[in-house]
Design a protein around this ligand. Structure first.
Ligand code: HEC
Length: 95
């Protein structure tokens, strides 16, 4: 019983990880690169950072951002909380 639960949780995490990478690829990679190291648009890499969820939330409610924050505000405006969490968890794995 316990084993089945662990397998279930592992399975769900694997599915979620795949989803977050897919979401990131569709919504973010164009500017930040799939590895988060593209600096051509944002001027800095997002790989190697931490607290992506706090940053994304900040862009959404206007409490975080630099000179080009309008670009990111547009990107997160249409994301659901669940999508933002999934994408942020992917971004935090980028080193
Ligand atoms: C159209 C290009 C574009 C897309 C698409 C885009 N970004 Fe950005 N991103 C930027 C720019 C430009 C900045 C710098 C904004 C500023 O001045 O605060 C930025 C900044 C960021 C930062 C903050 C970096 C820091 O530490 O200051 C994070 C995190 C980030 N983006 C994540 C994402 C995620 C996750 C997605 C997908 C939902 C995404 N971006 C989609 C252009 C983009």
């Amino acid at each position: 019983m316990k084993k089945a639960f662990v397998l279930l949780v592992l399975g769900i995490s694997a599915i979620m990880a795949a989803d977050s990478a897919k979401l990131y690829g569709a919504k973010c990679a164009e500017c930040h690169g799939m590895d988060g190291k593209d600096t051509s648009v944002a001027g800095k890499a997002i790989a190697g950072g931490s607290g992506a969820l706090a940053k994304l939330t900040g862009y959404k409610n206007g409490t975080f951002g630099g000179d080009q924050k309008v670009i990111m505000e547009g990107n997160v405006a249409t994301l659901s909380d669940a999508d933002m969490k999934a994408i942020a968890s992917y971004v935090d794995t980028l080193k």
